[in-house]
Design a binder for this molecule. Structure first.
Ligand SMILES: [Fe+2]
Length: 288
């Protein structure tokens, strides 16, 4: 079942309400407690090292020409109050050091305001990979001016995919599809259909719920974020976490030849992580 299309004024009203709700939430749950603790909450949060997670998945559907491709996956930067320029550069330097063939950034680039986008993308423009640097938007990117964020990404030389697909590396290149933020399984499926990619090789979607549509198509690799791994997880079992609205909340999932990786992300909108470190994933894809 498709989601009904909303009119432009209705979208604007919804975005305004979501922006104000997020601003109040940020003030009450993040800025106020941090101020009461003399800045220690934020300082402790950004002092956690960003974990580099090396993974290898194999799929019969992965194109043989790209056997062994290494993808750096980062997500949920939430550039803004909690994650500033210094922390951003730690992530950028970490990604540059792994020398990946392709870099994927799966949304929530800014925390609240599109005004953060020019500086963010000035720094993200330092990321280089042979097959390109790809970006999709998350729900936080929709709080303010999503089009402004897409514009900044493209001006910085990154490939922003908004319900579209592209061959990375030329005519016989890797087919990369990316969808804009959608909160539901049917919404993600609709957006994937709009990409017109047939069966993409690599699928980028902020919401892990998009994997339901991806696995039906046998897309070999889907990369997502959004959940932040639950931020608070049981030691030794990252699936036992505070995300109760997502079946696919953290880590690697596989259905036949379709893989999904849901990253903990780099940043957060709330300054608490327990057994759930910020991370950058480096995924090697093999042809099975
Ligand atoms: Fe996020």
């Amino acid at each position: 079942m498709s989601e009904p299309e909303k009119s432009e004024p209705a979208k604007k009203r919804r975005r305004k309400l979501a922006y104000h709700t997020a601003t109040v939430r940020n003030a009450v749950l993040t800025k106020l407690p941090d101020a009461l603790m003399g800045g220690r909450l934020k300082a402790r949060h950004v002092a956690q090292p960003i974990e580099l997670k090396e993974l290898c998945f194999a799929s019969a559907n992965w194109p043989a020409a790209f056997d062994g491709l290494r993808i750096a996956h980062l997500s949920d930067i939430h550039f803004g109050h909690l994650l500033g320029e210094e922390r951003l550069m730690q992530a950028v330097d970490a990604v540059r050091a792994v020398k990946a063939d392709l870099i994927a950034i799966t949304g929530d680039l800014v925390d609240l305001s599109a005004a953060e986008a020019p500086l963010l993308f000035e720094r993200l423009a330092l990321l280089k990979a042979q097959l390109g640097v790809f970006v999709v938007l998350g729900n936080h990117d929709h709080l303010d001016h999503p089009r402004q964020i897409v514009k900044c990404a493209r001006e910085a030389g990154l490939t922003a995919l908004v319900d579209e697909s592209i061959r990375a590396g030329g005519r016989d290149g890797l087919l990369v599809a990316g969808i804009d933020w959608s909160k539901s399984i049917p919404g993600c499926a609709d957006r994937l259909r709009k990409c017109g990619a047939g069966r993409a090789d690599l699928f980028l979607a902020h919401n892990p719920k998009a994997f339901v549509a991806a696995e039906e198509r046998g897309i070999p690799l889907t990369l997502s974020g959004h959940t932040h791994g639950g931020q608070v997880a049981r030691r030794g079992n990252r699936r036992h976490n505070l995300v109760f609205t997502q079946r696919l909340s953290a880590g690697h999932y596989q259905r036949d030849d379709a893989h999904l990786y849901v990253t903990n992300g780099v940043g957060a909108w709330f300054p608490l992580r327990v057994n759930c470190p910020p991370e950058i994933a480096v995924i090697e894809m093999r042809k099975r």
